[in-house]
Design a protein around this ligand. Sequence first.
Ligand code: PLP
Length: 356
Amino acid sequence: MGRPRVRDDLATIPGYHSPQVAVDVRLNTNESPVPPPQDFTEALLDELATTPWHRYPDRDAIDLRKAIGTHHGVPADMVLAANGSNEILQAILLAYGGPGRSAATFEPTYAMHAQIARATATNIVQGQRRADFTLAAEEVRRIVGEHRPAITFLCSPNNPTGTVDPPDLVQATLAAVADHDGLVVVDEAYGQFSPHSALTDVRDDRALAVTRTYSKIWAMAGVRVGYVVAPSWLIADLEKVVLPYHLDVMTQAAGRIALRFVDEMHARVAALVEERGRLITRLSDLDVDVFPSGANFVLFRPRDRSGDQLWQELLDRSILVRNCASWPRLQDCLRVTIGTVAEDDRFLDALEEILQ
Ligand SMILES: Cc1ncc(COP(=O)(O)O)c(C=O)c1O
């Protein structure tokens, strides 16, 4: 039997590579180091005890959308929830990208923007962040002016650099895409760490969508919930491409119930910000370059050896961080997620021992 041939444009693209290795200390995927509160788990289990498993879930996930809308002060028809924000990004690219259209990214940034663009046969145009990884409005205007992308991605705080974009960048980008009726997507997977959010800029007369996730600071990476806040006409377009009943009852319930624990979420953010400060202080005493971070991870680069070597030396000590070698311009950079104090100490002690 001959094998069917994958689409020509997919044949050479690599999949998403972030190795999942069994280690003692996992600091590679920017998860919360602690689970949600016990009361969350109990409330979820209580609700699931009476779930009619033989029935499809609510196809519109309306209660979840209402709860997210209330959380952000917008109506439910300005919200779409999905299996992680990656599914939202995919829906956006399916609806507004595709053959003959392009999406703009500003590198280095979250690799899935370009990856999902490729999978949806959307052309990618890449602008560049500055040497310090901040993003200049002139660069956005240049790329948008030259290529007229259907979708322009911003990401703030940016993964994997940790950079927080200035608030007026969103306005500048919206102004730049207005000429050709483009869409601006701001990925705020780490938005709770930022002093400002593009959520306040979302309005019915603006082509702006803001994506968020429960995977990071809501401590729910295992559930797979993400969402977008956008004008209702844009949500209606995304509904055309999501599969029917894509959000199961457990996911819908988990996403809704989590929002009862907002104070605990804020407490986790505050604790992580404090721990990030401690980690950066200790990192700064070592022979590494450290980049400023407005998220729950820190990008750093060893001065005396390659990133690949240091990544392996940490792995040999059962500590997993993200090797950023595959990102453009991040040769030799590693990204460490802020963990518990104990996990971070294991990482810092190991790093000290390796680098001394
Ligand atoms: C910037 C950014 N956006 C989106 C995601 C996707 O998150 P999820 O699909 O788990 O919601 C991630 C995950 O690492 C991320 O870093």
